[in-house]
Design a protein around this ligand. Structure first.
Ligand SMILES: NC(=O)C1=CN([C@@H]2O[C@H](COP(=O)(O)OP(=O)(O)OC[C@H]3O[C@@H](n4cnc5c(N)ncnc54)[C@H](O)[C@@H]3O)[C@@H](O)[C@H]2O)C=CC1
Ligand SMILES: O=C(O)C1=N[C@H](C(=O)O)C[C@H](O)C1
Length: 267
């Protein structure tokens, strides 16, 4: 039995992850963490998630949430995740991280902690998006530099980071396949007389509104033809199932940084 604690237990993803743990054989919820002062502290994590009581109380104490857990699943925000990495490295717990919006410096800090404990860091835990990652690499290699690449993502109106972690990863994969540097190629804004599109740029566009779970399209636009690779998420459950699968997988791993491509055997 792999014992799992969930951070951000009362959040949109936290609730779906707790439900997915309940529905998974061989996995058990062992702790539920939320921020100090949260209204749901002291409540049963399963009841708040909507899957029925699980006998695990939501707490703001790392020690309490982690004492019986082997793995922490964290879908919150970069600063919060980094604090939890520090605690998990000290206590020898493994981590599955779904938070997005890491700066290059924060990402480097995650990699440093992963020298001490096994860490899965993935901006998107769905099988479908990870299949798209593989398709994007192949498509970019086949089409080459003659096709212009533009990425458009749509999310709900509560999302804090932009572009999404998934869109950034898609941009990195395409840039890498074309021998470009993503940071140099990404263009986030076009306005006024900004000039014709340069050959190497990768346009990154963001739409926010309502309750859109998450949609990503990568356009490869050539002369007289266009390929569009689109993924549409209809619910958060497949992200949650991916995170829970990652928690079961990482329990047997050595320290290091992994992603969903490792878990799905797509590398
Ligand atoms: N990797 C993936 O497959 C996916 C990643 N995400 C990412 O997951 C993150 C969370 O997304 P949502 O669940 O929609 O956000 P949310 O805002 O619904 O949930 C975040 C939760 O974290 C809690 N929190 C904030 N500070 C905390 C602290 N110091 N300690 C403990 N808990 C704290 C909040 O109270 C909240 O309940 C975002 O970065 C999002 O981009 C979302 C969906 C899929
Ligand atoms: O915040 C979200 O909701 C999502 N965030 C992830 C991202 O930034 O890529 C994944 C998913 O699209 C939902």
């Amino acid at each position: 039995m792999v014992k799992i604690a969930v951070n951000g237990a009362a959040g949109r993803m936290g609730g779906r992850i707790i439900t997915a743990i309940k529905e998974s054989e061989g996995l058990e919820l062992a702790g539920a963490l939320e921020m100090a002062g949260h209204d749901m502290l002291g409540q049963d994590a399963g009841s708040i998630a909507g899957c029925g009581p699980l006998g695990v109380t939501i707490t703001d104490s790392h020690e309490q949430a982690l004492q019986n857990a082997e793995v922490l699943i964290d879908f919150t925000f970069p600063e919060v995740t980094l604090k939890n990495l520090e605690v998990c490295a000290r206590l020898g717990k493994k981590m599955v991280i779904g938070s997005t919006g890491f700066t290059p410096e924060q990402r480097a800090a995650v990699e440093k902690f992963a020298e001490q404990i096994p860490v899965v860091l993935a901006p998107n835990m769905s099988v479908g998006v990870n299949a798209c990652f593989k398709l994007l690499k192949e498509t970019a290699k086949i089409l080459g530099p003659e096709f212009d690449v533009e990425i458009v993502e749509l999310h709900h109106n509560q999302k804090k980071d932009s572009p999404s972690g998934t869109a950034v990863r898609m941009g990195e994969i395409v840039a890498d396949a074309l021998g470009r540097d993503y940071q140099q190629s990404a263009v986030y804004h076009r306005e006024g007389m900004c000039g014709a599109r340069t050959k190497d740029e990768i346009g990154m566009q963001t739409v926010r509104g309502g309750d859109i779970v998450g949609e990503h399209t990568v356009y490869f636009i050539g002369m007289g033809e266009r390929i569009e690779i689109t993924h549409r998420a209809m619910s958060r459950d497949m992200f949650a199932r991916g995170a829970v699968r990652a928690a079961g997988w990482i329990d047997a791993q050595q320290p290091g940084i992994y992603d969903m491509q490792d878990i799905l055997g797509l590398k």
